[in-house]
Design a protein around this ligand. Structure first.
Ligand code: MN
Length: 197
């Protein structure tokens, strides 16, 4: 019996197009994200992880260096945030508590986009770029592979997947263009703001 089920997308597979094509969503969500769930369920069966929440598994497997479990739990968690933070009607950020925090932390929204994109290009190989809230400020973290802020006891507001599977069909090698296009067109800023503590 599988414990965790891949959550449904909050929109149709073709509705992020042309920023993210339906072919990419079909593979990325339907194959990659699904595979992390399938692997996770297989790995935790009859283990001490079997009855934990996904968050608990991410934290504990990272602490205990259970790398296979962490990789799959981390990626299941990461992609849940990834899909949920986007919207076909993603809009430019408006004056809000979140926009004020971004301006305090990065001087301006444009500077934030620039720094987030630069950090994304700085992730060597596969990984993620994260916006985290710590103390009363916001920061950008680039992390390898499946690692996420939760594993480091930090609070993620947003995360962009910079594994090649996330952008190669649509952007080829242009990772920076992919990241910038998401930040400027697809992020549901209300969702991100609701994650502020
Ligand atoms: Mn991915």
């Amino acid at each position: 019996m599988s414990k965790f089920l891949l959550p449904a997308l909050p929109y149709n597979e073709n509705s992020l197009s042309p920023i993210i094509s339906s072919a990419t969503v079909d593979l990325h969500y339907g194959k990659h994200h699904q595979a992390y769930y399938t692997m996770l369920n297989n790995l935790i069966e009859n283990s001490e992880y079997e009855n934990m929440s996904l968050d608990e598994i991410v934290i504990k497997s990272f602490q205990e260096k259970q790398q296979k479990i962490f990789n799959n739990a981390g990626q299941a968690w990461n992609h849940n945030l990834y899909w949920n933070q986007m919207s076909p009607n993603g809009k430019t950020i408006i004056q809000s508590k979140l926009s004020s925090k971004i301006e305090e932390s990065f001087e301006s929204f444009d500077n934030f986009v620039q720094q987030f994109t630069t950090a994304s290009l700085g992730v060597f190989g596969s990984g993620w770029t994260w916006l985290v809230e710590k103390d009363n400020t916001l920061a950008i973290m680039g992390l390898p592979n499946a690692e996420n802020p939760l594993a480091y006891n930090q609070h993620a507001l947003m995360g962009i997947d910079v594994w090649e599977h996330a952008y190669y069909l649509d952007y080829k090698n242009l990772r920076g263009d992919y990241v910038k296009a998401i930040l400027e067109n697809l992020i549901n800023w209300d969702f991100v703001e609701n994650r502020l503590t």
